[in-house]
Design a protein around this ligand. Structure first.
Ligand code: GLV
Length: 387
């Protein structure tokens, strides 16, 4: 294994090894990609306070997310098409997460089905669900998640329709890729990926094919979203989902404090501050800037998590110091997965864990509980004073 010192190292290998269309799928934001960029760059506006001569022995990053033990406050975010980044990618990522002691969240738009992941892993995972019009499909999805012993459901509420990512349209993104000349040329340089893909039967949307009605082209994410996603979604409909699932529930995709307050009424166990990795409303505030006002609005009433922009343990530390009880990595684990499969996901988790552990120590904190706002220097007006 090459020497990997940071998430960026994994990204470089990932870019070489995975077909362009799947690299682009993960590495895009919508439209101008402003929000996608600022999700990561805004972390740099927050500084950490260096503290010295404090006993730093016996540190631990262990904590809980929604009452479940985690070895650090980091979960794997749901990422569509993970099984196209590496053959059986969802199973590999779920195993790596399980062994590391952090939650894995399976996307509805995964390649490996819920049942596949459950059969091939030995730790419970979390199931992400989109909000679709097809009531039968939704009920069955929750039932399938229950049968698979998923230990939480994550409802994504910021995808009533898909924000446009230009590259996906230009690349003709599909799962599996169509045999166009452009794809054949690109795939011919990705022999390792191709060989592994030939060795698996999981190459389509495993949760959807055979389960959803009226999907004519099961390879097309765009057709499926355009037809099936519920543009009429409202909080009453989200309450219906709450009734369909009696286990722990997390609502993902909150950026505005008013929506955080609404999410409270639904009876969720946690909310995730997220703008979908900058893939939906381009021009929305970065997640880390959105976090403080949401903490002010609901932080004492519900567990708040942060997704979108985390690429390092320092980022995790900053989010936790601002009040997040947990964070999510999407692209950061996908880079590892595409670069080197299951060991690559483990590597991504190790990198972030080590960065968090060392940075905590250098900031004078031994446990996650000790991390408070005083770890940070946050510029005045960080969350903005807007007209
Ligand atoms: C799906 O959720 C996507 O962002 O592509």
């Amino acid at each position: 294994m090459p020497v990997i010192t940071c998430i960026e190292d994994l990204k470089r290998i990932y870019e070489r090894r995975v077909p362009r269309m799947f690299y682009d799928y993960a590495e895009s934001g919508s439209y101008t990609e402003q929000t996608f960029r600022e999700n990561t760059s805004d972390f740099a506006d927050i500084y950490l306070k260096q503290r010295v001569a404090i006993d730093m022995t016996g540190r631990s990053t262990a904590t809980q997310m929604i009452g479940q033990d985690v070895s650090m406050p980091v979960a794997l975010a749901p990422v569509g098409l993970t099984g196209m980044q590496s053959a059986d990618g969802e199973i590999k990522a779920a195993r790596a997460a399980g062994n590391f002691g952090v939650p894995f969240t399976l996307s509805t738009m995964s390649i490996c089905s819920i049942e596949d992941v459950a059969e091939n892993t030995d730790k419970p995972f979390w199931m992400q669900v989109y909000t679709l019009t097809d009531d039968d499909f939704m009920r069955r999805l929750f039932d399938r998640a229950k049968d698979a012993k998923c230990s939480a459901a994550v409802i994504t509420v910021d995808l009533q329709m898909l924000g446009q990512r230009h590259k996906d349209l230009k690349n003709g993104l599909s799962a599996p890729p169509k045999p166009t000349l452009k794809n054949i040329i690109n795939l011919s340089t990705k022999w390792r990926w191709g060989l592994e893909m030939l060795g698996t039967k999981r190459r389509g949307f495993g949760n959807i094919i055979g389960h959803a009605k009226g999907v004519n082209d099961p390879s097309s994410l765009f057709e499926w979203t355009a037809k099936s996603f519920d543009q009429a979604l409202d909080w009453d409909r989200i309450k219906e989902f709450r009734k369909m699932w009696d286990g722990p529930l997390i609502i993902k995709g909150i950026i505005d404090p008013r929506d955080a307050v609404k999410a409270l009424d639904v009876g969720a166990d946690a909310i995730i501050v997220s703008n979908h990795g900058g893939r939906q409303l381009d021009g929305a505030l970065s997640a880390i800037r959105a976090l403080p006002p949401i903490m002010d609005a609901v932080g004492d009433k519900i567990e708040v998590h942060l997704d979108s922009g985390i690429r390092s343990g320092q980022d995790v530390l900053k989010a936790v110091a601002l009040g997040a009880k947990g964070t999510y990595i999407g692209r950061a684990f996908i880079y590892g997965l595409g670069a080197m499969g299951e060991p690559g996901v483990t590597k991504a988790l190790e990198v972030i864990h080590k960065e968090l552990d060392i940075s905590m120590g250098l900031a004078g904190r031994r446990t996650i509980d000790e991390i408070d706002r005083d770890v940070l220097m946050v510029p005045k007006g960080f969350s903005g004073e807007w007209e």
